[in-house]
Design a protein around this ligand. Structure first.
Ligand SMILES: [Zn+2]
Length: 372
């Protein structure tokens, strides 16, 4: 089994043979990270002026990032390095294990929605802290377990939760996590941010990281942003979680779609603004994929964007659409496709309204509309 350390070195080209295979992937990540989030985990209406910060080291930071992003009450997660002696270290420097840094995440959360105590309970659920300087297969002091507290209150809570973890024997052995005063945190390179969500198909993410994320999602099911937002969406229970892929030849698609639909959906075309069916439609109902009829957007999530294209702040379900980096026409954008038939829908931007802050800018040609 590859350690995360070795894998990351391979992925980002520090080991030459892998460099050639994976450069594209790192490049893509950097492009998407330039948007606010790169993934459509729904944002919440939080008190952003009164956020509290938790700084935690718990092994590979990709997994930590992926879990906390999903937790209700968390406004922002950044991955980086803490506890070392060098200012603004690079990943390569940290990997030499001479700088003293640990892979660390910085979680900004709204304490009125999620408590620091819960943040810490999650922390000890999602990493193995029983062996010094080791987490799973990842060995080295950069994978050590530390709570960096920002106040006396955080320190007291950390000591109390740690004592509880040990008295309940949560991890089957005492945890060796240290509780230390926060000194510094340096944000890691963009390609490490939101890594899991952007590389879920890579073997390490699909196995080791996914296992931890899935465990977290089960344990904290009712505390996930997606479930809290879904509860407020009238259509949330009508649509199944799993979707069957629809795959057809270009000839078959040509037969079932109009010329314009084919141009947009299969050739990634863009229709004219203000001269399309739904940009100005204000009726209640559901918009589905014109190619495979998968329901994609509820009219309740539609808003007036002024662009001349139908715009939505969220999809009916996160997994009903896929997002990929699009560098065509000299721009870097995130393309949105139908997850069932891979038909092109439009693009996603991070300048939308609450509650998600997202704008799905969609071609009418990609949609059909069913009135409620
Ligand atoms: Zn479709």
């Amino acid at each position: 089994m590859l350690s995360t350390h070795l894998l990351k070195l391979m992925v980002f080209g520090f080991i030459p043979f892998a460099c050639m295979q994976k450069n594209v992937s790192a490049d893509k990540t950097a492009a998407i990270s330039s948007t606010k989030n790169g993934t459509a985990v729904p944002a919440e209406d939080l008190d952003v002026k009164n956020l509290e910060t938790a700084t935690l080291a718990g092994g590979c930071f990709w997994k930590m990032d992926a879990c906390y992003q999903e937790l209700s009450g968390v406004a922002k997660v950044a991955v980086g390095y803490a506890g070392g002696n060098l200012a603004n270290p690079t990943y390569k420097q940290v990997c030499t294990r001479t700088t003293g840094h640990a892979e660390t995440i910085e979680v900004q959360f709204d304490p009125k929605v999620v408590s620091y105590k819960t943040i810490l309970e999650v922390f000890w659920q999602i990493h193995d802290a029983t062996i010094l300087n080791q987490e799973g297969n990842d060995r080295g002091d950069d994978y050590r377990s530390v709570v960096y507290y920002h106040s006396d209150a955080q320190r007291a809570t950390a000591e109390a939760v740690k004592a509880q973890v040990n008295s309940s024997n949560l991890q089957g052995a005492p945890v060796v996590t240290t509780v230390e005063a926060f000194k510094n945190f340096y944000r890691a390179e963009d390609y490490h941010q939101n890594y899991y969500n952007l590389h879920q198909d890579e073997p390490y993410c699909a196995t080791i990281v996914a296992a931890k994320v899935n465990k977290f999602m089960k344990l904290y099911h009712d505390s996930l942003k997606r479930n809290k937002v879904a509860k407020n969406t009238s259509t949330s229970n009508v649509f199944p979680d799993k979707i069957e892929k629809v795959v057809k030849t270009p000839e078959a698609w040509q037969k079932s779609l109009t010329k314009q639909q084919y141009y947009v959906l299969r050739e990634k075309g863009t229709e004219s603004p203000f001269k399309n069916a739904f940009w100005d439609n204000h009726e209640k109902g559901v918009y589905a994929c014109a190619a495979c009829q998968l329901p994609l957007f509820d009219a309740d999530a539609k808003f007036e964007s002024g662009t001349g294209w139908p715009s939505f702040y969220q999809a009916i379900r996160k997994n009903y659409v896929t997002e990929i980096s699009d560098k065509s026409h000299g721009m870097t954008r995130v393309e949105v496709n139908c997850a069932r038939c891979d038909g092109h829908l439009g693009h996603i931007f991070d300048d939308g309204p609450k509650p998600t802050g997202l704008r799905y800018c969609i071609n009418s040609e990609s949609l059909t509309f069913e009135k409620k």
